[in-house]
Design a binder for this molecule. Structure first.
Ligand SMILES: *Cc1c(COP(=O)(O)O)cnc(C)c1O
Length: 389
């Protein structure tokens, strides 16, 4: 593993220089990368509308950049809604994509002008009919994605296609506009074939609704799931686009529905570096072959996606360039909780010369890091974000 697998020497030097004087732990963000990722996605899916899943990283500068580029936003709570509206985004560019919502929050979104809602249950749909009358709704279907997605989003969201069918019928009866079907194949989905299955299910569902109920859905929301570059290899985004476009062509030919994409990770993941400092290094007995390296970010501040060692960040140290021996390490965080171990089964190797005070850099840490931090566990504050000049 070499730094140039992930960024140019020049950018790496910039990261080191920019972060040198900053207190750790912190995330530093390169906005240029996000812009590049957004434009690439736009170019690969020219007919799709992009709704940024703002939970991946809600930093204001990132939102402003994406607003400037013409993005729409997938919003999951009234707090995200307030934030995005305060930046001047019109409500027509928003969707309430969370299927788990309080009736009063539906009313709040409606009052603010949002007219596009996700749903996956009867109770939620009834609330939508009552508190967001005549809005467009899309029904999220369940897809299996546990094995090939590094951060699965299954089970909790979506319903069986049979139920989705019933919900579309009910939506129409209740005066809502059944508008489309959505799915999320799982975040950091490495198996492109998962989109094939989901699109096929969707097509089948749309066709029966049209034939049997005279309900013509117009839209497919394909969610997120596109990868960021971690250690476990993935295909390039262009491969995803080529295959997914082919699935859509095969299933829909010239009658393609309107497509919505909701990327989070793939837009912001590789824009961020999480900079940490080594607190201490120890061995658990005199002959132990591996060291325990404790750093000032952990499962409760910034590295939540290391749970189950699901996401394996590329990690570089301030001693990588110096000659000398390397050895295996267990990596753990700063809090008094034994859950706060990032990697124990998967052994990273690091220079033997590492000392407390040296820095570890977690690459591709722009998504689900700063926004995934506990507020006061052991008193550690949430992680600071800095935009790299
Ligand atoms: C989290 C989420 C996304 C973003 O997923 P990524 O894998 O980060 O791209 C998109 N849509 C919905 C509904 C989500 O919950």
């Amino acid at each position: 593993m070499h730094i140039t697998d992930y960024m140019s020497e020049k950018n790496w030097k910039k990261v080191l220089d920019f972060s040198e004087k900053l207190q750790t732990p912190c995330v530093i963000i390169n906005l240029e990368k996000i812009k590049k990722n957004y434009l690439e996605l736009k170019q690969l899916f020219p007919d799709a509308d992009i709704y940024y899943a703002m939970k991946a990283n809600p930093h204001e500068e990132i939102l402003k950049l994406l607003i400037g580029l013409g993005a729409n936003f997938d919003i999951a709570s009234r707090y995200e809604l307030d934030k995005i509206l305060s930046l001047g985004v019109p409500p027509e560019c928003l969707s309430y994509g969370n299927t788990i919502k309080k009736a009063k929050d539906i009313a709040y979104f409606y009052e603010k002008g949002v007219r596009l809602f996700a749903t996956d249950s009867k109770e939620d749909l009834k609330n939508l009919a009552k508190y967001a009358p005549q809005s467009r709704v899309f029904v999220r279907i369940l897809v299996e994605n546990t094995n090939s997605a590094d951060w699965p989003l299954s089970r909790k969201f979506g319903c069986h296609p049979d139920m989705a069918y019933d919900l579309c019928v009910l939506a129409k009866e209740m005066g809502l506009i059944p508008y489309g079907i959505s799915f999320h194949v799982g975040s950091q989905q490495r198996d492109i074939g998962q989109w094939d299955d989901a699109i096929a299910k969707t097509k089948y569902l749309m066709r029966s609704l049209e034939e049997e109920e005279d309900i013509k859905l117009e839209m497919i929301n394909m969610g997120g799931g596109f990868p960021a570059p971690y250690i476990t290899p993935t295909n390039k985004l262009s491969e995803y686009a080529r295959e997914i476009t082919r699935y859509l062509d095969d299933d829909f030919g010239n009658e393609k529905p309107h497509i919505i994409l909701e990327p989070g990770r793939s837009l912001v993941g590789d824009s961020g570096v999480l900079v940490t400092e080594i607190i201490t290094i120890s061995r658990k007995n005199n002959t132990a072959l591996h060291r325990w390296v404790y750093v000032d970010a952990g499962v409760f501040n910034g590295l939540t996606e290391t749970l189950n060692e699901n996401i394996k960040y590329p990690i570089f140290t301030s001693k990588d360039e110096s000659a000398g021996k390397w050895g295996e390490v267990v990596l753990a965080g700063p809090t008094c909780d034994s859950m706060d171990i990032m990697y124990e089964d998967y052994k990273y190797t690091m220079p033997i010369s590492l000392k407390s005070g040296d820095r570890l850099y977690f690459l591709s840490a722009g998504a689900y890091t700063a926004s995934y931090a506990s507020v006061e566990f052991n008193g550690f504050p949430p992680i600071q974000t800095y935009i790299m000049e």
